[in-house]
Design a protein around this ligand. Structure first.
Ligand code: DC
Length: 196
């Protein structure tokens, strides 16, 4: 069975949590595509050459999750040649037997426009900054909010594959939802599509 779930949205909206829950519930493979851009940024060198030579084990590095790595990823992700170098890996992951969930910024719009389920997971910048700030357990809320807004502007404003909802995506605003509520809504969409 091939079955693709595309989950897009801005940083800290809840994409990762929802993707992992869906993957577990429905036995789908999961790819956090942000890790590809993070790995390119953290490995360094010429970003295009690094993207072309990226290996699956690069995604397992333990230094990809920091705020700085996210910032740097957002910068290399604005380069069209970097995105092009990472496209086929994502598409072949999406086609794998048994089905897959991919989360990122352009999965429903560019990588898998034919995905079976498309979700655009979002939340207000204030709510997302508060989540990030609490996770970090240090620093100032205002700084984190400024970073969230900067990253949104860069991801939405780039010329190639900007962050936006596909016309046929279901928008899930998690600003006032608990994790359990957000996951339940996403699960219901996938279950309906699978006829379960
Ligand atoms: O989801 P994340 O925070 O790990 O993503 C880090 C950056 O990578 C994000 O700011 C923009 C970029 N990215 C992208 O352009 N396209 C994707 N499909 C995933 C991430």
């Amino acid at each position: 069975m091939q079955f693709t779930v595309a989950i897009d949205g801005p940083a800290a909206a809840g994409k990762g949590t929802i993707s992992r829950a869906l993957a577990q519930e429905f036995g789908l493979a999961h790819l956090d595509t942000g890790l590809l851009y993070r790995a390119v940024a953290v490995k360094g060198g010429d970003p295009v050459a690094t993207a072309q030579a990226l290996l699956p084990e690069d995604l397992a590095r333990d230094d990809l999750r920091s705020l700085q790595a996210g910032e740097a990823a957002s910068r290399v992700a604005a380069m069209a040649e970097v995105r092009a170098a990472l496209t086929e890996f994502q598409r072949s992951f999406a086609r794998r037997e048994g089905g897959a969930v991919l989360d990122g910024r352009d999965i429903g719009t560019v990588i898998c426009p034919q995905a079976d389920v498309k979700l655009f997971v979002t939340a207000s910048p204030e709510v997302r900054a508060e989540r990030r700030w609490k996770e970090a357990g240090e620093g100032s809320y205002d700084d984190v909010l400024a970073q969230v807004r900067d990253r949104d502007a860069r991801d939405q404003g780039r010329a190639d594959a900007p962050l936006c909802a596909a016309d046929d995506a279901v928008v899930l605003d998690t600003s006032t939802l608990s994790i359990a509520e957000a996951v339940a809504q996403a699960r219901a969409l996938v279950a309906a599509k699978l006829g379960r």
